[in-house]
Design a protein around this ligand. Structure first.
Ligand code: FES
Length: 129
């Protein structure tokens, strides 16, 4: 049986960032082909004081409890950050935020990292158009 920490359970049962951002200007989609979990991160980036900042981040995830909880945590981690800071969020930063995760669930963190990076990339490519 997979172990769920208190923190994971809290974010799984009461996610604060669940849903879609209708006017998102960055969307990142990713899937783990082995487990089939799918994660989508929406970001709303606004320019303030000359810096682009993630004003809001939300997610839609079809997957395990860890994937859902970690999606919620990465949105919380990204919100309020400048794009420059958000781009530097690493696997280790997320792992530190998430806390205890059983080894077979570590890839859920990688999925969240990829989804956020892909949302930022999407935002940047939309800007160029
Ligand atoms: Fe694959 Fe959670 S089991 S992302």
């Amino acid at each position: 049986m997979v172990y769920y920490s208190k923190k994971i359970m809290e974010h799984f049962l009461h996610p604060r960032h669940l849903g879609k951002i209708k006017d998102a200007n960055g969307v990142g989609d990713t899937q783990n082909l082995r487990c089939g979990d799918v994660m989508k991160i929406y970001i709303k980036v606004e320019k303030k004081d000359g810096k682009e900042r993630i004003k809001e981040a939300k997610f839609e995830t079809l997957g395990c409890g860890h994937a859902i909880a970690i999606s919620d945590m990465i949105c919380a981690l990204a919100e309020g950050k400048t794009l420059k800071q958000a781009k530097k969020i690493t696997f280790d930063d997320i792992a530190e935020q998430v806390g205890e995760v059983p080894k077979p669930k570590l890839h859920c963190i990688r999925l969240a990292e990829t989804a956020l990076k892909s949302a930022i990339k999407d935002h940047e490519s939309k800007k160029k158009k």
